[in-house]
Design a protein around this ligand. Structure first.
Ligand SMILES: O=C[C@H](O)COP(=O)(O)O
Length: 297
């Protein structure tokens, strides 16, 4: 297992450290691991994601689920945070998502525009902000410049910065695709280099051939691939995303491999709420059994 960085060694200013401490040690299991409930899919994918469990279309239902499930945080866009978070403020940490886009226009030049600020996050009582960065996009330069403004504001206001590091674009497709080991590993490194405190990546698929020399074509197990990603992120904490709804057993195995490999936690949305309320909580309990085995020292 790659060693997970300690909170004391990740070089954060006081506000960032205090907020991250609250997320990791005062909520969830309180053992330094994290289980986040992301709810930006309504913007990113549209209402279709709620068809299997119509109750999940209600943001109030999701924030309540985050409280009932004992999550370490719930990630919301500004409009939903303003209308729905205050009922539960303080009961579950808020991660305010600062940028986002629909999937309606073709994704030729992926860039996620900013529509909220770190100051909004402070006003709403958030404990972290989230930023989607499309690593490898043809408009990556614009993305990096936009990210710089967020990083600087987050630093000034002592707000932990979580980067949704998503490889995208034709150049990524040519090298094995967005979930390839090469792409996910590079995205984690990029987020770390550019100043993320925490990075959220998809589970890497080491079996995809990339044509990139230097290890990516070697036979890696899935767990070894996550270990490499955690190393690439160095002192940036790693969260593994859930992705589309899959079988429970497969998801639990991924969760176990991710934690064994040194990830700090999981950020699972559709796999949690695209099912009936009680089933969601049962699944969350099983995820937490896994996290309980990996306390941070
Ligand atoms: O940006 C998308 C969501 O954060 C991902 O959540 P999910 O894939 O677990 O539904």
């Amino acid at each position: 297992m790659t060693r997970r960085p300690r909170l004391t060694e990740i070089g954060l200013n006081t506000g960032k450290k205090g907020r991250l401490h609250r997320i990791l040690y005062k909520h969830g299991l309180g053992n330094g691991t994290a289980l986040f409930l992301p709810y930006d899919q309504g913007l990113e994918h549209g209402p279709r994601d709620f068809f299997t469990n119509p109750a999940a279309a209600d943001p109030g239902y999701i924030v309540r689920l985050a409280v009932e499930g004992g999550f370490n945080g719930v990630a919301l866009q500004i409009g939903l945070a303003e209308k729905f978070y205050w009922d539960y403020a303080g009961e579950v940490p808020l991660i305010l998502k600062l940028n986002g886009k629909t999937d309606i226009p073709p994704d030729a030049q992926p860039l996620s525009p900013l529509h909220a600020s770190v100051a909004d996050a402070v006003r709403l009582g958030a404990d972290a902000v989230g930023y989607t960065m499309y690593v490898g996009s043809p408009v990556q330069e614009q993305d990096f410049a936009q990210f710089r403004t967020v990083r600087e504001e987050a630093h000034q206001l002592g707000m932990p910065l979580i980067v949704w590091a998503y490889p995208r674009g034709d150049a990524i497709d040519a090298k094995g695709g967005k979930d390839s080991f090469y792409a996910v590993d590079y995205a984690a490194r990029t987020a770390s280099e550019l100043g993320a405190d925490v990075v959220k990546v998809n589970f890497p698929k080491p079996d995809r051939r990339t044509g990139v020399p230097g290890g990516y074509d070697a036979e890696f197990t899935e767990q070894q691939a996550v270990e490499a990603v955690v190393r690439s992120a160095n002192r940036t904490l790693v969260l593994i995303s859930g992705g589309e709804k899959a079988g429970d057993q497969a998801m639990l195995e991924k969760a176990q491999e991710a934690m064994e490999a040194g990830a700090t936690g999981l950020i699972f949305g559709r796999n949690v709420w695209q099912r009936d309320h009680d089933e969601s909580l049962r699944f969350v309990a099983r995820l937490k059994e896994i996290l309980a085995k990996y306390p941070s020292d």
